[in-house]
Design a protein around this ligand. Structure first.
Ligand code: ADP
Ligand code: MG
Length: 711
């Protein structure tokens, strides 16, 4: 590959890591001590950032960036379109009358930007007369240098708000949700005698799945180019049946890509750790070392961006779509999540003492309660048009929210419910003495790959998250619902006269009321769907229905109570999500129609005329057997072609009808789901049938076999 890639061989990864990040050690080295300490306090404790401090930081950041060769800076943010946005300004300034340039970057420029952001979706939040959006520096996520053909740019992670302070991005609510859960978690810690911790951190490690296909093949598929997924294609004779791809040896081309990706991620401080082949051919995964959820979210956005960019350099295209190929495993993002105290204690670690055990049980039960009470909201947080082809559609995981705990914890919870104390000798005097709580240490080997929400020893793994989505949304919801559960528990325990007795009661009640959400069996089985229905668990198999959970009164109440979203912000998100659903499917429908009209139908017609011509010749020479075969083939092609043509007409009609519903996003989204998407699957059915009976020489687009074995 590139010479740059070969250069990596001489690099020491310890020196590469973070070399493009204005991180803590750089700040410590370059900032005056009092400025560093003030900033550190803001980052660690959330104290207000003074302008004088920001001015010094801005100057130091600029100098550092310029020394590294940067010419521009940008406020880097995540608007509601799901991507990251940046607008580059150079550091250049030429004072009036001067002929020499100076480099300038003020506190104001660091702290606040005013991009004209009228073209980002706002769901009605930003009236056009106040089109301006404001970006505000998020000093908890370090600034970094991004490298591309335009050179090096200083990227400053920012939040993005409207003039009235409404969040127009994904970061602001995420930061608010961290505050919310932190506040409630501290209340619980206090009850257990922790007088030190003033906040907790939420950690996140998102495992990213993706596909790689050859770029030339990709370019020949308008569906991949326009929609990121294949809208046509028969399943090849062999995909993942032999389990030979999962953890298989990396192909050279993929290995070269991964190597460059690792180095580029390390430079910007992303802790890329694990890489391997995934279940499907051409599918891979990258897992980072977990970090605070805010940084992990930014890093995941960077990871996706770099995956695309670097794949391109290696002559490949990276597909982040949830379901690029029908009938073959899709991609998700496993969102590993936990809560930690400032001293580094993971609150989902059962710990070694009964006191730690009891505290762990509170946090565990809070999660169980939160997930059960807000299952629909959790489901909605992982919904998008692409995930509709996975969740509840015969693929991992099902659309039903359940929690996997493993045998041992189930046993423990059973005892908690019944108020049984387990007789375990910890060998110390640290008896916390809640008479009804069992003591235990969990076994981390329990695993269940079919659960959407699994406890994996010391963290929860939310496995529904769409591969292409920002993890900000799911974590915002998760933090908030758990904050509410912790809040309710704390309310009760704080006013209890007998704390230990109250604790036993609260936990026992939570287990009793919410154990229906716990399921350790096979989440993919038909049986579970029936069982979940018996338990009264929601099973929502499409985005349109699931998004409604964002505006349930119950959801609005929780989000407003914890200052994460206002009702207006939630309504705007609901509208944006529905609108995006409509747009994605409409683009897919148009792409399908274009491919049918311009590629598939003409190709099939050419092929059928070749067969017809052969048939005419055969009839003239009078060879009966060949004549019959040709007649059969011709019949199959022409009858499927006729059906395809009719289904195309139906799809055209559905698309037109959908347009008449514009302005009523609920009606339109429902119509798109019920009529457009259904019409699309009809078109696909006949086109795929044609692929099977048309000569490959005549088939106008690369097939699944071509694509998934292309690198
Ligand atoms: P597995 O899911 O197979 O058990 P790991 O335990 O290595 O694999 O973790 C997978 C991902 O979870 C990694 O990205 C890892 O950094 C992350 N992770 C591990 N511990 C935590 C934690 N306490 N909080 C958040 N993420 C975590
Ligand atoms: Mg995992």
């Amino acid at each position: 590959m590139s010479t740059e890639h070969e250069c990596y061989n001489t690099l020491d990864l310890r020196e590469v890591f973070g070399c493009h990040v204005f991180n803590d050690s750089v700040m410590k080295e370059r900032l005056p001590k009092e400025i560093y300490e003030a900033l550190h306090k803001t980052i660690e404790e959330g104290t207000r950032l003074e302008t004088e401090v920001a001015a010094v930081v801005a100057d130091s950041m600029k100098e550092w960036a310029i020394e590294h060769g940067a010419t521009h800076y940008t406020h880097w943010f995540q608007p509601l379109n799901g991507f990251t946005a940046e607008k580059h300004d150079s550091f250049l300034n030429v004072p009036l009358g001067a002929d020499k340039a100076i480099a300038e970057f003020s506190a104001k420029e660091l702290i606040k930007g005013e991009p004209d952001a009228s073209s980002f979706p706002s769901g009605g939040l930003r009236a056009t007369f106040e089109a301006r959006g404001y970006t505000a520096w998020d000093c908890t996520s370090p600034a970094f240098l991004k490298q591309d053909s335009s050179g090096l740019t200083l990227c400053i992670p920012t939040a993005f708000c409207s003039y009235n302070g409404e969040a127009l991005d994904k970061k602001t609510p995420l930061l608010r949700s961290v505050e919310a859960i932190s506040k409630q978690a501290v209340r619980i810690l206090r009850l257990f005698g922790d007088t030190e911790s003033n906040r907790v951190t939420i950690t996140c490690g998102p495992e990213q799945e993706y596909f790689l296909v050859d770029k030339e093949m990709f370019k020949k598929r308008p569906d991949l180019v326009f929609t990121g997924r294949t809208l046509f294609g028969c399943k090849p004779p062999k995909t993942q049946e032999m389990d030979d791809h999962y953890f298989g040896t990396l192909k050279e081309r993929v290995a070269a890509f991964m190597k460059e990706l690792d180095y580029e991620l390390w430079k910007v401080g992303v802790m890329a750790k694990t890489k391997h082949n995934e279940a499907a051919p051409a599918q891979h995964e990258l897992a980072p070392i977990f970090g605070t959820v805010n940084i992990a979210t930014d890093h995941n956005q960077l990871t996706m961006e770099l995956m695309k960019k670097i794949a391109d350099r290696h002559g490949m295209s990276c597909l982040l779509h949830e379901k690029p190929f029908a009938g073959i495993n899709g991609s998700g993002k496993h969102n590993n999540w936990s809560i930690n105290t400032p001293s580094g204690q993971n609150l989902f670690n059962p710990g070694k003492t009964p006191r730690e055990n009891a505290q762990f049980l509170v946090f565990l039960c809070a999660v169980i309660k939160a997930i059960d009470e807000n299952a629909e909201l959790i489901r909605a947080s992982a919904a998008n048009a692409g995930n509709d082809y996975r969740l509840g559609a015969l693929e991992a995981p099902p659309a039903i929210i359940s929690i996997f705990l493993g045998d041992e914890l189930n046993e423990v919870l059973d005892e908690v419910e019944k108020g049984i104390k387990r007789d375990v000798n910890f060998g110390g005097k640290l008896d916390f003495g809640v008479p009804t709580l069992p003591a235990f240490q969990t076994d981390k080997t329990d695993r269940n790959r079919t659960s959407p929400f699994a406890f994996t020893g010391n963290k929860f793994e939310f496995r529904m998250v769409p591969s292409s989505a920002s993890v900000a949304g799911p974590n915002t919801v998760l933090n908030t619902v758990v904050a509410e559960a912790l809040c309710e528990i704390a309310d009760e325990l704080e006013k209890a006269d007998d704390f230990k007795a109250a604790l036993g009661d609260v936990l026992s009640r939570i287990v009793k009321e919410h154990k229906r959400v716990i399921f350790d069996g096979n989440g993919y089985g038909e049986e579970w769907i029936k069982e979940a229905a018996r338990r009264g668990l929601p099973n929502i198999n499409n985005s349109v229905d699931s998004y409604r959970a964002f505006i349930y009164d119950k959801s609005v109440e929780i989000f407003e109570k914890h200052h994460v979203y206002t009702r207006t912000e939630l309504e705007s998100r609901y509208e944006i999500k529905m609108d995006k659903y409509i747009k994605i499917n409409t683009i897919e429908a148009h792409t399908m129609l274009e491919m049918c009209h311009k590629q598939i139908i003409p190709a099939c017609m050419r092929y059928s005329s070749v067969v017809a011509e052969t048939l005419t010749n055969l009839k003239a020479t009078g060879l009966p057997l060949d004549t019959q075969i040709n007649e059969e083939i011709l019949l199959e092609v022409t009858s499927n072609l006729a059906k395809l043509n009719r289904s195309v007409k139906r799809l055209e009609k559905a698309v037109l009808k959908s347009e008449t519903l514009e302005g009523n996003f609920v009606a339109q989204a429902e119509f798109v789901r019920d009529s457009v998407v259904t019409a699309m699957s009809e078109v696909r059915k006949y086109a795929d049938a044609l692929e099977m009976c048309v000569d490959k020489e005549h088939w106008p687009i690369p097939t699944y076999s071509d694509l998934i074995y292309s690198v």
